[in-house]
Design a protein around this ligand. Structure first.
Ligand code: TMP
Length: 212
């Protein structure tokens, strides 16, 4: 008989919401509870495709908007076999950004609609839980200046937030909105609670396909 599979848990949110810190804390807490867990992040800048994306984000190169969207998606697809393998081995994956960032960021650009943006990611491994770390633009601004990478301006981030709001209306996904203005530890406990529930639920289910 097949063993129990791991869960695919995604953390999404606008910049400064504390996604990366919370991903790391979640992996540590799950491991402490005796659950095999690993962290991944997108874009994964270590692959050849990831290096092209990284250079674009650092504004060292320019890429046409559709092209870079497809590269972000290709970066997820190139890791999809590994994601499935890990899940089947019983490892829970905690992922910093996924297809939702892909859709929210590109569709915030002029001339892009959600549907076109979603298409390349249709069929990727479907997350068992998508935690959205909610932070108002005013709160984000209090946490300091945006960095120098592409997309790091408050106007653009506000449009991205609107796109995320549209994506969260999709009832086929297990979206959970977390209040990121809470203290780091309180937020962590809430994320851990949601994750443990999703892991228990996923154990006996097959891996499904996103947006299919
Ligand atoms: P990072 O700072 O978490 O490494 O994210 C890099 C930037 O890339 C961030 O501004 C969000 C953006 N992004 C996309 O535009 N499309 C995507 O598919 C992903 C995963 C991120």
């Amino acid at each position: 008989m097949m063993g129990r599979r791991g869960a695919l848990i995604i953390l999404e949110g606008v910049d400064r919401a504390g996604k990366t810190t919370q991903c790391k804390k979640l992996v540590q807490a799950l491991q402490k509870n005796g659950r095999p867990a690993e962290m991944m992040r997108f874009p994964d800048r270590t692959t050849m495709i990831g290096q092209m994306i990284s250079s674009y984000l650092e504004k060292k190169t320019n890429l046409e908007d559709h092209t870079v969207h497809l590269l972000f998606s290709a970066n997820r697809w190139e890791l999809a076999p590994l994601i499935k393998k890990k899940l089947q081995q019983g490892v829970t994956l905690v992922v910093d950004r996924y297809a939702f960032s892909g859709v929210a960021f590109t569709s915030a650009k002029p001339g892009f609609c959600l549907e076109w943006c979603r298409n390349p990611d249709v069929g990727l491994p479907k997350p068992d839980l998508v935690l959205f770390l909610q932070l108002s633009p005013a709160e984000a601004a209090k946490r300091g200046q945006f960095g120098v990478e592409r997309y790091e301006t408050s106007d653009f981030q506000q449009t991205v937030q609107h796109r995320f709001n549209q994506l969260m209306k999709d009832p086929s996904l297990n979206w959970q909105v977390m209040d990121a203005t809470k203290g780091m530890e309180d937020l962590h406990q809430e994320i851990l609670r949601q994750s443990e529930a999703a892991i228990a639920e996923a154990e006996s289910q097959p891996i499904k396909e996103l947006w299919k």
